[in-house]
Each structure stands twice: as C-alpha cells, then as structure tokens.
Design a protein around this ligand. Structure first.
Ligand SMILES: *Cc1c(COP(=O)(O)O)cnc(C)c1O
Length: 426
C-alpha cells in the first residue's frame, strides 16, 4: 500500500467513526480504572486546532493534550512520518544502534545547551532519569553520601514514586508513603529559601547535591520563574558545584516562544528534561545534560521503548517542523495576542479575574480566591460553547494551544471564553 492510499484510508475510517453508535460512559467506566475526573465529552477526531466529539460537535482545542500536540492534530508532516516509519521499522532494542535516535539526539544537542541525551517515554521517566543521574553524580563526583535534592512548593514532576516525592504538592503524595528519601521543599521564586536550605541541610555526610525546578510552573498554576531568582541559583550552583536541573517537560519545545524555557531566564541548566511537546502527542521523553554530568555507564539506566525508531522519527519531524515553519515566531505573536485578549477580559471582569500571566503560548488566568466560581466551572461553560480549556489547580485557567494556532483561532477562543465567563456569572 502506498502512503497516499494509507492516508486516504485513514481519513475515510475517521469520518466513518463520526456516524457510529453513541459513546456510553457507563460502559467505559465498567472496565477503565477511575483515576481521572473527566469532563463529560468523548473525543473522536481532530484536525489542526479543532477536535470533534462523539456527537459530531466541534471544539477549538486550547488544551492540545495538555501542552503536548505541538503541531495540532493530524498534521501532514506527522501523518507522513508515522506512516513511513511504521512501514520501515517501528521498534528494535537498544541493544542495537538506532540511527534515527542518534539524529534526534543530535538535533537536540545542536538546538540546546545539552551535550548528551537519554531517551525515554514520558515526563515522569525523564525526571526519574535526571534524579538517578544526579544521585550517581552525588556519589561519584560530589562525594556526598546522603544527597538531598531541593524542589519547589507547588511544583509538578510526575506520578512515579520518586517524581511524586519531588513534586511539592501534598495532594499527589497522600496515601503513597513511604516516599523516596532525599528531597526537601522550598518556596518557588524565593532565593533566601534556597540559601537557607543549602546551609541548614549541610550536616555530617548529608548535603544538597541538586536543585530541581520548572522554569515556569505549569500544573502549579502557570507561574513563570523570575530572572533574578534563576540567575542567583545559577551563581550558587557555579560556586558550590550543586547541579541545576530544569524540568522543561511542559515549558520546553517552543511553548514559551523560545525553544527552551531556560532561554527566558538567561541561564543554562546542567541537566534538563523534555517530554510533552517533544513528540507532538506520540509518547517520548528526553533527559539531557552537559558533558560533565554524564556519569552514566552501560547498565546504569535503560528503557525498552525509550528512543525507539517510531517515537524518535516522529519527534525529529516535530523538531524539524518547528524550525521549517518558523513556529517560534508564531508562538510569540499568538502569545502576545492571547495575553492582550486575556488582559482585556481581566480588565472587564475585575471582580472575577485577578491575574493573567505566562510566556508565549502557556498562559494562566487566575480567578478570585473569594469567588465561588472555580476554574472547572469556567472550563465546563467553555466546553458547552465549543472551546476546550484545562485548569491548573482550582483557581487558574490554563491556555496551551497547539503552536500552529492561527490569529483567527485565538480571536475565536477569546470570544468563546468571554461567553463562558458571562454564562458562569449569570
Ligand atoms: C506533565 C508533566 C510531567 C509529567 O509528565 P508525564 O509524561 O505525565 O509523566 C512532569 N513535569 C512537568 C513540568 C509536567 O508538566
């Protein structure tokens, strides 16, 4: 079968799916574990920044799989690569060389401060790899027997045991004790807290070996890092040899208008991680570091699926498309347009909207703490009007559209959002 027939068959079966029997959520819940509070629509098809539910209703998608569908849905470049790679070679073991894994790693090295790349399948896995690398670095380079990693309150680093421990939000840790030892939390954007923790924790054979932070806190409420804070941390790390690890899982891959979140802060990390936007929705993660931190040897870390030809080919296509289509410029322009529109809404609904913040195409709109209206209320109203949004905590609405979003689509999203706000206030 040629690529053309495959693509046209794909489109045919997809449009046929919109006329089959209605989706039954009770039936779904009978066999799927109840780990998500889901909004009551079932999504079946997407194209660009639009998705359609099981009833055929169209939505403008400002969720993008939570900052993941970099190129939107059914992007021709992704369709072409997915089709070609599945026909050529989709999976082989890392016991053999995988050329396209090398090409992806080379692209990442050429387009970041990293010199080495480890490929895995998700954000939590990338952070888990970074935590392991920092632990080995502590034992073999820093000579710290009981290394401590500082992380921030309201951070989010994933759902594995080590990454929920790193995550500074008790709600994600509840009932999962005992957690992983060796983590300590500090308030975000407060340099004195970092300095105090480093000196307090330095006792006997225990010391701070690494600081793990998001350049912009995503799940924790879309809170950008402050330039002065990160520059001071960089100085401390340079003076002490403590590693600076940045979790770029949500902020990286062009989302902020720069390829990496750290470029907004004027610093470079020693280690950083990527996942969400990297594969444009195909599962992949990466843990990257400067040469001096690369202490892994054969056997230290591994992943069966990590870096397989399928995921790497798609991620490489996403990277090359960001470059070829000048998507960073689009992110900056559309981000500015979105921020201006959100600020205009905030000025109009003063009692409800208390803050608008973010970088590029990751923005948060905070609702008044004393209002009864929650972010989920506005999301539900927006869904009813045909706009997909996602909360970031109870009181923050998050806007993370595909990086290909157009001027018309941003305007439409703002119009629908205003309708939704008016509806929840009524
Ligand atoms: C989503 C996210 C993760 C976890 O990624 P998964 O792919 O869900 O494991 C980690 N860190 C940040 C900053 C994230 O936004």
């Amino acid at each position: 079968m040629t690529i053309d027939t495959l693509i046209s068959n794909h489109n045919l079966s997809v449009s046929a799916a919109t006329v089959v029997k209605p989706f039954d959520s009770d039936n779904f819940k009978e066999s799927v574990m109840d780990t998500y509070a889901r909004f009551p629509i079932a999504l079946e098809r997407g194209a660009g920044c639009r998705v359609w539910d099981s009833t055929g209703k169209e939505y403008l998608d400002l969720v993008a799989g939570i900052a993941t569908c970099t190129l939107g849905h059914a992007h021709p470049a992704m369709v072409e690569t997915v089709t070609r790679q599945i026909q050529t070679l989709h999976h082989v073991s890392n016991l053999f060389y995988i050329p396209v894994q090398g090409q992806l790693a080379q692209w990442l090295v050429q387009h970041s401060c990293a010199e080495k790349v480890f490929l895995c399948n998700s954000g939590a896995e990338a952070n888990e790899a970074a935590i392991k690398l920092a632990r080995k670095y502590a034992h073999t380079v820093q000579n710290i027997e009981h290394p401590v990693m500082l992380t921030a309150n309201a951070s989010f680093h994933g759902r594995t045991l080590a990454t929920i421990t790193a995550t500074g939000q008790p709600k994600y840790q509840k009932n999962f004790a005992p957690l992983v030892p060796g983590f300590h939390y500090v308030p975000y954007n407060e340099i004195q807290a970092i300095e105090a923790a480093i000196s307090e924790l330095d006792e006997g054979d225990r010391a701070v070996s690494a600081i793990l932070l998001e350049p912009l806190q995503g799940e924790g409420g879309v809170r950008p890092g402050e330039v002065a804070y990160f520059q001071a941390i960089r100085r401390i790390c340079d003076e002490t040899g403590i590693l600076l690890i940045l979790d770029e899982v949500q902020a990286g891959m062009g989302r902020t208008g720069k390829l990496w979140g750290y470029e907004n802060l004027g610093i470079e990390p020693d280690i950083f991680t990527s996942a969400k936007g990297l594969g444009g929705g195909i599962p992949i993660g990466a843990m990257m570091c400067k040469q001096h931190c690369d202490v892994f040897a054969p056997g230290d870390h591994a992943s069966t699926f990590g870096g397989n030809p399928f995921a790497c080919a798609v991620a490489l296509t996403v990277c090359q498309t960001i470059e070829r289509e000048n998507l960073l410029e689009n992110v900056q322009a559309r981000g500015e347009q979105l921020r201006t529109g959100l600020r205009a809404l905030a000025a109009k609904y003063l009692a409800l909207i208390t803050d608008v913040r973010g970088w590029g195409l990751i923005h948060g709109m905070e609702l008044a703490a004393d209002s009864e209206i929650t972010a989920a209320d506005v999301v539900k109203a927006a869904i009813a009007e045909g706009l997909l949004l996602v909360p970031a905590g109870a009181k923050v609405l998050r806007f993370v559209p595909p990086l290909i979003v157009t001027e018309t689509e941003v305007n439409l999203a703002l119009q629908i959002l205003e309708k939704a706000i008016a509806a929840v206030q009524a």
